[in-house]
Write a protein that binds this ligand. Sequence first.
Ligand code: MN
Length: 191
Amino acid sequence: MKYTQPKLPYAPDALAPAISQETVDFHYGKHEKAYIDNLNKLIEGTEFEDMELEEIIRKADGALFNNASQAWNHIFYFFSFSPEGGGEPDGELRKAIDEQFGSFDDFKKAFVQAGVGLFGSGWVWLSRDNDGKLFITQGQNAMSPLREGLTPLLTFDVWEHAYYLDYQNRRADALNALWDIVDWDIVASRY
Ligand code: MN
């Protein structure tokens, strides 16, 4: 199967000022495109060629895992945002957040802290297990909660390429700005 890069459901300048058009163009247009191109090259003529992407992520190692997982992670990341995003979640997800983290504000603090505390490149994740229990986890480099049997709900990219053009070394500012564009309807639909 040849993987293609889905077109973003918003204009490249629509997430500004949280994420600038320049960052969207480089991050989604160049970095994410490269992961997908590499993935397509690496699976050609192998046992992975006709596998679903999630299955490749669970089974592959090395360069194939890295490129498959990064291809998936970036689509998941960019499709969690909307120019009309922000605000607060409600429903069952909100109930679980309040029960497990104390409040929505406490959850946001813990999530950003996990992202800021990740040394080097990677991702911070909110996931659920099969019982609906929530987890905030850090993943180095391309690491995915799919490898740990969890269902991802939300991720913030903490690789420098995700924020350096807009925020330079200010990772906490970059992460906190994303709360203004998170589409909680999409995140809640994954719970
Ligand atoms: Mn990235």
